[in-house]
Each structure stands twice: as C-alpha cells, then as structure tokens.
Unconditional design. Structure first.
Length: 67
C-alpha cells in the first residue's frame, strides 16, 4: 500500500519539474493527483482538504529546485 502511495506522490510532483516558480496554475494538476493518491490510500477527506490547502498556501510563489 505504501509503495503505491509513494509512487503516485512521486509521479504527481514530476509535472512541476522545469518550472521556475510555483503558481496556482502549474500546481493544479499535481494537487489533483496527490488528492487522488490519498483518497485511494483511504485517507479521510477532511484530512486531505486541510493538508492540500496548507501545502498549496505555503507552496505558491516558491522557487522550484532543479535537483
């Protein structure tokens, strides 16, 4: 179960590679995929909402590391 979740989360963030800065537009797909992965791992919907809201709020405007 955790291997699948790890793979799904890793793949979700690959869409952000090559971006200079995180914006609402370019993290939309990654957030959607993370939400799906967490739902499939039976994480409570309220926990997912709070987590993704916090991640998105903190991530907007940050520079993307190339490594």
């Amino acid at each position: 179960m955790f291997d699948n979740l790890t793979d799904r989360l890793s793949n979700s963030f690959k869409v952000l590679q090559g971006k200079h800065k995180l914006s609402e537009a370019n993290i939309k797909d990654a957030i959607r995929e993370v939400r799906r992965a967490l739902l499939e791992a039976d994480v409570a919907l309220e926990v997912i909402k709070v987590f993704l809201d916090q991640v998105q709020t903190k991530a907007l405007g940050l520079k993307v590391n190339e490594g």
